[in-house]
Structures are given as C-alpha cells and as structure tokens.
Design a binder for this molecule. Sequence first.
Ligand code: SAH
Length: 252
Amino acid sequence: MLDNIRVVLVNTSHPGNIGAVARAMKTMGLSDLRLVAPDEYPHPYATSRSAGAEDILDQAMVVSSLQKAVGDCQLVVGTSARERKIPWPLINPRECAELAGQACEASKQVAIVFGREDRGLTNDELALCNYHVNIPACEGYSSLNLGAAVQVVTYELRMYQLAQDKPVNNQLASHESAFPDASHEEVERFLAHFEELLTQIEFLDPTNPGMVMTRFRRLFQRAMLDSREVNMLRGVLSDTQRIIKQLSKTKS
Ligand code: SAH
C-alpha cells in the first residue's frame, strides 16, 4: 500500500535534512522520494544523515518544479506548520493517513508535499494540493524540523497500514482470546449473581439501589468478557458466598 505514496520535498536548503527524511521514510516503509530543486544535492551530509537509507536517496528523483513532482498523482496533500489565509480542507496526520491509505487501496498515486525549512510552502504551492495537513503542535512554537515532520506523517501512514493488515489488533472489543465471547445470557446471569452477592454483603441496599448496578453493568459490558472470564467471575462469587455461609454458621 505504501508503495503508492510519494514524499515530495520542495527547495530543501540543508542536504542533511534530505538524509533525515530518507531515514524517516525507510523506518516507516516508504521509498518514493522526489526532490524539487534542492539547494545542494547530492551531498555527503545527505548521505551521512540518511544513516543506512542511501537506497532511498539513490532512487530519489530530482525535478525542477512541484507540478512535475506531482503530475501523475490523484491525491496531493500539502503540509503546513501554520494556518494560511486561504481556507482549505485542513486535516491532521491521522486523517491524512486514512485518506492516503484509502486512495492507495483504490490504486491511486498519492503525494505528500513538504516545504522549505525557512518558510514552508508558498500559497501557490499549497493551492496545488487537495488537502492541507497540519501537525497539531503547540501554539506559538508549532514548526517541526523537516525530518521530524516527515516522521510524524509517515508514522501515521504506517499505523494505518498495520491496522489494515491486522484489524483485530485495532479493536479493543476483539481481544485475542482463545475462548468465545460470553453470550448476552451468560453476562446477564453473572450480573444477577453479582447483584445477589452485593446485596448479601450489604454493599447494595435493595430498597435504595441507586445507580450502582447500572455502573457495574456498564463496566462489565465494556470489558467484552469471554466465556472463561465469566466463569472465573462466577467462581469468585460462589466461593465468596460459600465462605460467608461458613462464617455465619460458625458465628451462630
Ligand atoms: N517556517 C516555516 C516552517 C517550515 S518547517 C513555516 O512557517 O511554514 C519545514 C516543513 O516541515 C514545512 O514546510 C512542513 O512541510 C513541515 N512542517 C513543520 N512543522 C509542521 C507542522 N506543525 N505541521 C505540518 N507540517 C509541518
């Protein structure tokens, strides 16, 4: 999926940043880098900062304009550290990953465009994009280093991809359990048993139950218990009742 996502750097001035971007991309599984008129490239600083991601640099294509870098793309997303005067559909990196991921799944080519270290992308360049992405950094100090910005955006792409590969991991509800989810009836029987014990130990006053059982019900519903967990809980309740009975016998 990430093969269809291209990172585009516009007029980068420090070659070291290009290396840092290559490294960030490689760690997240991206490889398509396009450089629009970099100030100094190739450069030993780029190679050293890439720290083993030279293959990304070797494959990187240098072009003379942003149009040339994104001409074949169906989705172009521009990144910006600050809000611009022109209102544009503004999304965060997570939303960007979803959008880009879905575009890739539909076999579209995607470009994510990053600007100059000193002044970002121009309004004209941003106007070439379908969406703008902003990393919601702290107000008043919101500009990340170029390599760091690429890392954040590509990390979200990777998370999206991993979630697609393993949807189960992404759902709290579908915890990895070897046992089947408890049925509605099993949970209801457990809750009735729990209520019985709470009444027995006078935690619950049946004449004035308040919201106690509703809150416990919400807690256990949220837990998405499996049948073994319900059995364990029922076991605890039964054992507690047995001990209470024994204690009351020894008292009397
Ligand atoms: N001073 C520039 C910031 C340039 S930082 C400005 O005000 O626009 C270099 C590039 O890193 C930006 O063009 C953008 O591509 C990316 N970047 C840095 N911080 C970002 C943020 N908070 N959100 C989105 N992109 C960011």
